[in-house]
Design a protein around this ligand. Structure first.
Ligand SMILES: [Zn+2]
Length: 216
């Protein structure tokens, strides 16, 4: 890219012949603003949120193999958006119940959010890009491990509220997808590529979905 005119929404680029594409690495901060619906037995809710996203890096990703072949820093303004989100909490006792530390929990939650982001659109009938999914090992709102599925449209258009009402079906489908996936330790079709070859992340995701399905 030769020039970026942020205000004018223009990027001046020139054609190059390379074997990779670039992808943005962004950090997203999520804040719950209002609780509109709450289901205490299932520890889930729905309400307004504010999202602050800042892109910090670009990654070079090789065509076909999706290998990471380099990266570079970028400096762009923060983007803020208010929308609506569904959230699913876990109690702090879950750490002892399934015997994991915070780092492992973070990896499992990321995998679960990845999988839910793929599955939910099939149930609420929208495009994959209409919904964003993120996880937080210690949510600002509650300090609990939390999964979020939010509307990617400013103000929200009802997708995440539908997820709130259909969460059990979606959890069952996500559990089935992970269990029946032929990979050993996670892959892009289920919980995302694994940070290592340890199948524990996949097993724990199934255990946590079982836990959510069994809640009242
Ligand atoms: Zn898989």
């Amino acid at each position: 890219m030769d020039e970026l005119d942020w205000e004018g929404r223009k990027a001046i680029v020139k054609e190059v012949d390379v074997d990779y594409f670039t992808d943005a690495e962004s950090k997203t901060d999520l804040k719950v603003l209002t609780v509109e619906r709450q289901d205490e037995p299932s520890m889930s809710g729905w309400g307004e949120i504010s999202l602050t996203t800042v892109t910090v890096l670009f990654k070079k990703v090789k065509f076909f193999t999706h290998e990471n072949v380099g990266s570079g820093k970028v400096s762009l303004p923060e983007i803020e958006m208010s929308t609506t989100s569904f959230w699913q909490e876990f109690p702090l006792e879950i750490y002892d119940q399934i015997n994991v530390d915070r780092e492992k929990m973070g990896e499992v939650l990321r995998g679960m959010a990845n999988c839910l982001g793929d599955i939910a659109p099939l149930y609420i009938l929208c495009d994959r890009k209409d919904i964003g999914s993120i996880s937080n090992v210690k949510a600002k709102f509650s300090e609990k491990p939390t999964l979020y599925l939010y509307d990617r449209v400013p103000g929200g258009v009802g997708f995440s509220e539908k997820i709130f009402t259909m969460k059990k079906e979606i959890y069952k489908a996500a559990r089935y997808l992970i269990k029946s996936c032929a990979c050993e330790a996670g892959c892009p079709s289920c919980i995302g590529p694994p940070p290592d070859n340890n199948p524990i992340r996949k097993n724990l995701a199934v255990i946590l979905f079982d836990y959510l399905i069994d809640l009242k």
